[in-house]
Design a protein around this ligand. Sequence first.
Ligand code: NAD
Length: 497
Amino acid sequence: MVSTKHETQKNILLYINGEFTPSLSGMTMNNINPFTNEQINEVAEGQADDINKAVAAAREAFDNGPWKTMKLTKRMEYIYRIADLIDEEIEKIAYLESLDTGLPISQTRNMVSRASDNFRFYAGMVENRLVGDAYQVDDEFINYTINVPVGVAGLITPWNAPFMLETWKVAPALATGNTVVLKPAELSPLSANLLAEIIHKADLPKGVFNVVHGYGEIAGDALVKHPDVQLISFTGETKTGSTIIKNSADTLKSCSMELGGKSPIIVFEDADFERALDACVWGIFSFNGERCTANSRLFIQEGIKDKFIDALKIRVANIKVGDPLDGNTEVGPLIDKGHYSKVNGYLEIAEAEGAEVISGAIPIEVAKGNFVAPTLILNAENHMRVAQEEIFGPILTVMTFKDEEEAIKLANDIDYGLAGYVWTNDIKRGHRVAHKVEAGMLWVNAQNVRDLRTPFGGSKSSGIGREGGHYGFGFYTEQKIIHVSIADHRIQQFGKK
Ligand code: NAD
């Protein structure tokens, strides 16, 4: 069992070509604990030349190394070994994740225990589902498709669920035979470093997996623009995604974009009240509200509005805010001071827009951390900034609706389209509303429970493309079609006398 004390952490290096190494410039970044705002450690700060070095290693490993051509069973042995090594480190990963991000340890434990599933799942998918099609063309041709790895995959990840999201990308990228340069978020480097240690221990061929820490605009940007990188899988803010697409245009990269959200939860009068309440509270206040699929906009039908809001007020007042390493904590501090100011700023914006702000309490003894109390924004209207913009904190914007038609109209009147939640005991209506809400992922009478086989991704400003299940193969592999003549089909005879 890992202790809940804030243990001293060693400084973090880059991981390039199978070695832990300082950045070429020797520059470092301070890594800050969101609970104490004290330094945790220093992290090597990668620049463009470190990215060049990592991409060169990944390129060499892809072009001339054994990774993409080794027998499938052998490659999958490495992938399963990574999964096993992750399982051995669950407590440590959860601890580092909570220390680094402020996410409550009871929640990071659950989240990181699913990280090894990402590797096992993709090993199984590649073994069983990475298949081609064959096309019989009369008696003249057999055409068939094969799937080949694309090359060097640049993976760029955010700080809000670091280990989960890193493994979500690294697992399919490696299992399908690509080599990887991972650029983790600068605000949460600890668990990415442990992933490098785990993969080092799994003894993958040199250069297959590389990690370059650093700032997005410098290291991330260099990765995006590098001509030897074929794929960019990005998870982060919509604005950053749009910048990355622009910056990757000159080198014509394939981009997968998992972006921001402002997802609706629609609760009808006939819903199971207590379950809808549980799901609504969990969906916005878990992971400190720093969750892409959070149900940050509640639409509650008028007939149960008062009862539901009263129940929400009681829950919000009782949510346990505190040290993320305390197993009883439900909401911890936000990732950093900058994000804290942004989230807090929305409370002022809400009041200036004419909404009512009701916040829970923050214990005095945690005053040094970046805490924003769980908050309800009541009497909100859908045009307000607090109803339209992603706040990414423990703040629920509450609105009401009269009927199904209005609920759908309000839910869709927004740029984002990541997730949506519908609560009703009318099964036909549940399906109807789920079909009409403009989002990539819908849940009916359910909280956000994920099945790794299903497609993950958003519509509108929430993303481009789908990862997850076999859907990820479309991104991480290139489909080639091979046309084979099995008879003497007609060939034009130009120039023949
Ligand atoms: P962010 O966009 O600020 O940063 C994400 C990553 O991009 C970081 O590693 C950062 O260093 C890098 N980056 C920043 N600028 C870059 C640039 N110009 N070129 C290349 N890389 C660059 O996002 P964040 O604040 O770390 O994360 C929170 C956001 O992520 C929220 O909007 C949230 O909704 C979104 N998110 C989406 C999903 C999803 O699956 N759709 C999942 C989790 C988080």
